[in-house]
Design a protein around this ligand. Structure first.
Ligand SMILES: Cc1cc2nc3c(=O)[nH]c(=O)nc-3n(C[C@H](O)[C@H](O)[C@H](O)COP(=O)(O)O)c2cc1C
Length: 349
C-alpha cells in the first residue's frame, strides 16, 4: 500500500495552519532532506508515459512544474523525483532582490486558489547557476528569466540578455517571463514595439550563444492570460516572424472572477489556481488557432485534476505545467495528470 497520500494529507493539515509563505518555505526545506529514493515512491511506478518531442527536446512525460515554486533552483533535484517530466526554475533576475513586503502570498482555500505579489524575490543569477551545475534530476530543466525591479523597463532587454547568457549552458530550454503582474511595466513588453525589440535581442543572443556553445537551446516566452484578442494575434505574428521556439500560456491573472467572496479577493497581485482554469484554456485555444501548430504551447493555469491537464492539451497545448494545484493536491496530482494523459493518448492515438 502506498501511504504517501495519507502522509501528504496529514502534513498539509499542519502546514495549512501556517501563513502560506512560511509553509511553502518549510515544505521545500524539508523536502531537500528527504532521500531521493523515498521521494520517488510518490510517483506511481505503474504509469507508462508517452515521451513528448517538443521544441526539439524529448520530455519524459507531459507534466511539468511551473516557474516560481523553485525560484532559485535550490530544490529542483528533489522536486524532480516526484514524477514531473520537467521542472522550470526561476524567475531569476541578474541581481538578487528581496521582492515585495510580506505578507505577499494569500491562500484562498475555498476556491483552491492563491493570490501572490511576490515581486521576483530571488537570490540572483549567480546563485541559481551554482545550483543548476549539480544535477541529479533526469528530466528536462527549464530556466525562467526576468528583470530586476531597479532596471528601467527601457533597459529590460539587457537584464534578459544577461540571464539568457548565464543560463544558456545549463538549461534545456529558457523561458522569457514578460507576464508577471507584480513587476511594474513588465506586461507592456508583451505589446507592439517593445515586444518586437525584446524578442529580436533575445533571438540575436540565442544565435550568438548557439555558436559559442555549439548547442541550440530553445527559448519560450511566457504570456499573461489577460491579453486582449488583438494583442494575442499581434504577439503570435511577432513570435512566428522571429521564430520563437515555444509559448508558455500562461501566468497568473489580474482578474478576480470567481473569488469575489474570499476575504483576500481585494489583495493586489496575480490570481492562480482553479478560478483561472477556463481563462487559461481560452488563451491556449486562441494561441493554438492562430499558430496552427507552428509554435508549441506549454499550457499552464488552473490545472487541479487529470481531466484539467487533458483539457489543456485538447485545447492545443503540447505540454502542461502546474503550480497552485500542486500546493493543494500534492504529488497525487502529478500522478493523476500523467494517468489521465496516458489514457487519453490510448483513446485518441
Ligand atoms: C506564489 C507564486 C509565485 C510565482 N512566481 C512566478 C515566477 O517567478 N515566474 C513565473 O513565470 N511565474 C510565476 N508564477 C506563476 C506560475 O508559474 C503559473 O504560471 C501560475 O500560477 C498559473 O498556474 P497555476 O494555476 O497552476 O498556479 C508564480 C505563481 C505563484 C502562485
Amino acid at each position: 500500500m502506498n501511504i504517501t497520500p495519507l502522509i501528504y494529507s496529514l502534513a498539509k493539515k499542519l502546514l495549512f495552519c501556517l501563513p502560506p509563505e512560511q509553509s511553502h518555505d518549510l515544505t521545500l526545506a524539508t523536502l531537500k532532506h528527504v532521500p531521493d529514493a523515498l521521494l520517488r515512491t510518490c510517483a506511481d511506478t505503474r504509469l507508462i508515459d508517452t515521451p513528448r518531442q517538443v521544441m526539439g527536446i524529448t520530455f519524459p512525460n507531459a507534466v511539468g512544474l511551473a516557474a516560481g515554486l523553485d525560484k532559485n533552483a535550490d530544490y529542483f533535484n528533489s522536486l524532480g523525483q516526484l514524477g514531473f517530466g520537467f521542472v522550470e526554475v526561476g524567475s531569476i533576475t541578474p541581481l538578487p532582490q528581496p521582492g515585495n513586503d510580506k505578507p505577499r502570498m494569500f491562500r484562498l482555500a475555498k476556491q483552491r486558489a492563491v493570490i501572490n505579489r511576490m515581486g521576483f524575490n530571488n537570490k540572483g543569477l549567480d546563485h541559481l547557476l551554482a545550483q543548476v551545475k549539480v544535477r541529479r534530476f533526469g528530466g528536462v530543466l527549464g530556466i525562467n528569466i526576468g528583470k530586476n525591479l531597479s532596471t528601467p523597463i527601457e533597459r529590460a532587454d539587457q537584464d534578459y540578455a544577461t540571464c539568457l547568457a548565464g543560463a544558456y549552458p545549463y538549461a534545456d530550454y529558457i523561458t522569457v517571463n514578460i507576464s508577471s503582474p507584480n513587476t511594474p511595466g513588465l506586461r507592456n513588453l508583451q505589446l507592439g514595439e517593445q515586444l518586437q525589440q525584446l524578442l529580436a535581442t533575445i533571438k540575436n543572443g540565442q544565435r550568438d550563444l548557439t555558436q559559442q556553445h555549439g548547442r541550440y537551446v530553445p527559448v519560450a516566452v511566457k504570456v499573461a492570460p489577460d491579453m486582449a484578442a488583438e494583442d494575442i494575434n499581434t504577439f503570435c505574428d511577432v513570435a512566428r516572424q522571429l521564430k520563437i521556439d515555444g509559448i508558455v500560456a500562461g501566468n497568473t491573472t489580474s482578474s478576480r472572477d470567481g473569488v469575489e467572496e474570499s476575504p483576500h479577493h481585494g489583495e493586489a497581485g496575480g490570481l492562480s489556481g482553479k478560478p483561472l482554469t477556463l481563462r487559461a484554456r481560452q488563451t491556449i485555444s486562441h494561441l493554438a488557432q492562430r499558430l496552427q501548430g507552428e509554435i508549441p504551447i506549454i499550457g499552464c493555469g488552473g490545472i487541479s485534476s487529470g481531466e484539467d491537464a487533458v483539457a489543456h492539451l485538447q485545447a492545443g497545448a503540447d505540454l502542461v505545467q502546474i503550480y497552485t494545484g500542486f500546493i493543494y493536491g500534492g504529488p497525487a496530482l502529478i500522478n493523476d495528470a500523467r494517468r489521465a494523459i496516458s489514457e487519453s493518448d490510448k483513446t485518441h492515438g
